[in-house]
Design a protein around this ligand. Sequence first.
Ligand code: HEC
Length: 194
Amino acid sequence: MKIIKVVLVTLVISSLIGVFAIGVYMASGGYNVAATAPHTPPVKWLLGTAVHRSIAVRSADIKVPLLGNATQLRQGARSYEVMCASCHAPPGRRTTALARGLYPAPPDLTHTAEHHSPEYVFWAVKHGIKASGMPAWGPTHDDADLWPIVALVMAFPGMDAATYERLSTSTADAGAQSHPQEPGASAHQHDHAH
Ligand code: HEC
């Protein structure tokens, strides 16, 4: 019994010293928060794994609607151009100065689509990623506005620059975008003054 008590007391005291040491380090300004000072490889691995596992677990039960019809891809590409392209370069485009200055860097979403599910992409878009440049679009957009973007991202593997540019600049069915849930929106979409 006595030895267990000694071990426990030692553990508690050493964790308190550890927490205190971290506090002193933080308060001294020793940690460099510069976006230009990359994490060490173990920290990078730890944070990257935490992000991927967190999203994979939380997105597992999401029900995915039918993805990939032409109207949806055009709608997704128009939204992508405004909401995402400044950080995640679409197929065939160079990364922007904004994206090059961000740390963690916004990933190439073609690569993401090859390695992750649509529910993973949807979750990341809707909820965003803490302490990174990735915004949550859920607070300002309905799910119905976000799924076309997911459909587009999932179609990135194999998509060439010309196809993306054609989709994102197409004005066919553009009126449906702002009111995707409004009953009958598609019937009188061109009458809306936005
Ligand atoms: C201001 C920059 C910025 C904008 C705008 C932005 N993102 Fe991101 N996004 C990021 C960054 C940075 C990360 C990486 C976060 C991390 O790894 O911690 C990220 C991560 C992601 C991920 C997770 C990728 C992976 O492989 O785990 C997805 C999916 C994603 N973004 C999709 C989008 C989509 C779709 C849009 C538009 C609706 C968008 N992002 C808009 C910066 C941005």
